[in-house]
Design a protein around this ligand. Structure first.
Ligand code: UT7
Length: 367
């Protein structure tokens, strides 16, 4: 049975920074409250031309470059996102098209902030089954477009960004060792985007009532999160046959410093075992774990052979954890220049459209 290794990683965040002081100018809050209750100092906010697909594509190209893999080598693209660009087509297909990943299947996965862990686990299982060899998992968000900027309970928390991993098959033991996934739909009302789906399609009333914005019962979500972070970490470690002390770092969903601190206490682990960057990006939902992972690798906190735990929770409710032995790129005789694939992806996309147009003429559909 092949093993599923994490061989590439990349992130992309929009340039504009919104500080707590910036927020205090538009809503009744202040820097001290936000820092003390959440640990957040600033977050990135998408520019007009930043979308989940554009941020996700940039993160993906960086991940492919680390893995030394061409987009056309990909068999599968999973995009975990809580802010898809459309109900359909899937944001994963927009990324597939941008990359020119012409051989890949692509779909979106909606498990809110736990989505990246679910996606990694799905990619690993597809690889272990022998069905595919190379997968791309992307977590990408523009939450700022669904935030009510007059609601101080939520607007202080969220930020935009993307992260991506390449997962590849190898006979070498290691890589993704275990994962646990959980859900409890009875808590679906605690964190929700009520309208815009098929139950409450957009109407004048849904817009007037502000039902296209994120609604959250912060205290209840907080209570839930502090319970499940430690328990799912322990469960995934048991499944991998590892002890807490075998773990080099835990990379948690970045929602609130106090939630991570509670998890550290629950696990009786020092807080410096956790990767924390919520101060600079806020909560970027599905993107928070891969962004934290990329920064940890780039700062030398994660090295090949290290045992790493990813753990998260989110709307649904969903939660889960995944244990991996960090791999790094697989040996390869060739050097792929991923830089040119952004342009090549555009060219391929235009050619496909022209091909469809000509086919339409031949079959008489465009009379
Ligand atoms: O990916 C999952 C996403 N969600 C989460 O992880 C959220 C989990 N929940 C949380 O992180 C926290 O519950 C919050 C950060 C949202 C809120 O912190 P809290 O310590 O639970 O505050 P609270 O809601 O209990 O409010 C305490 C006080 C209230 O005032 P009173 O009633 O005690 O007078 C609020 O009105 O703080 C007030 N408050 C604020 N004050 C200044 C609430 N939001 C703000 C604010 N600035 N932004």
């Amino acid at each position: 049975m092949p093993y599923a290794h994490i061989t590439g990683w990349g992130m992309s965040v929009p340039e504009p920074v919104m500080t707590n002081d910036d927020l205090a100018r538009i809503v009744d809050t202040n820097d001290q409250w936000i820092r003390e209750r959440t640990g957040i100092r600033e977050r990135r906010i998408a520019r007009e031309n930043d979308f989940p697909s554009t941020l996700g594509t940039s993160a993906a190209l960086r991940a492919l470059s680390v893995a030394n893999l061409k987009p056309s080598d990909l068999d599968l693209i999973i995009c975990a996102t809580s802010t898809p660009e459309h109900l359909f087509p899937a944001t994963a297909c927009l990324i597939q098209d941008n990359l020119g990943a012409t051989r890949a299947g692509a779909f979106d996965l909606l498990a809110a902030c736990t989505g990246f862990i679910y996606g990694l686990n799905m990619a690993a299982q597809s690889i272990r089954s022998g069905a595919i060899k190379n997968a791309l998992v992307v977590g990408t968000e523009t939450l700022s477009r669904f935030v009510d900027w007059t609601d101080r309970n939520t607007c202080i928390l969220f930020g935009d960004g993307a992260g991506a991993f390449v997962v590849q098959a190898s006979e070498q033991p290691g890589g993704i060792l275990s994962a646990v996934m959980h859900s409890d739909g009875s808590g679906g009302n605690l964190l929700t985007l009520p309208a815009g789906g098929s139950r409450h399609p957009a109407t004048e009333a849904t817009i007037r009532e502000g039902r296209h914005y994120i609604y959250m019962d912060g205290r209840e979500v907080f209570r839930f999160a502090t319970k499940v972070m430690a328990s799912s970490t322990e469960e995934a470690l048991r499944a991998a046959g590892l002890a807490k002390d075998d773990v080099s770092v835990i990379i948690p969903h970045q929602a609130n410093f106090r939630i991570i601190d509670a998890a550290a206490r629950g696990l009786k682990l020092p807080i410096d075992r956790f990767v924390i960057n919520v101060d600079r990006y806020g909560n970027t939902s599905t993107a928070s774990i891969p962004i934290a992972a990329v920064e940890a690798v780039e700062r030398g906190r994660v090295k090949a052979g290290d045992k790493v735990v990813f753990v998260g929770f989110g709307a649904g409710l969903t939660w889960g954890a995944l244990v991996a032995e960090w791999s790094g790129p697989l040996p390869s005789p060739r050097k792929v220049n991923v830089g040119r694939y952004r342009l090549l992806g555009r060219v391929l996309s235009v050619l496909r459209r022209i091909e469809r147009f000509i086919e339409g003429l031949i079959w008489g559909r465009r009379a």
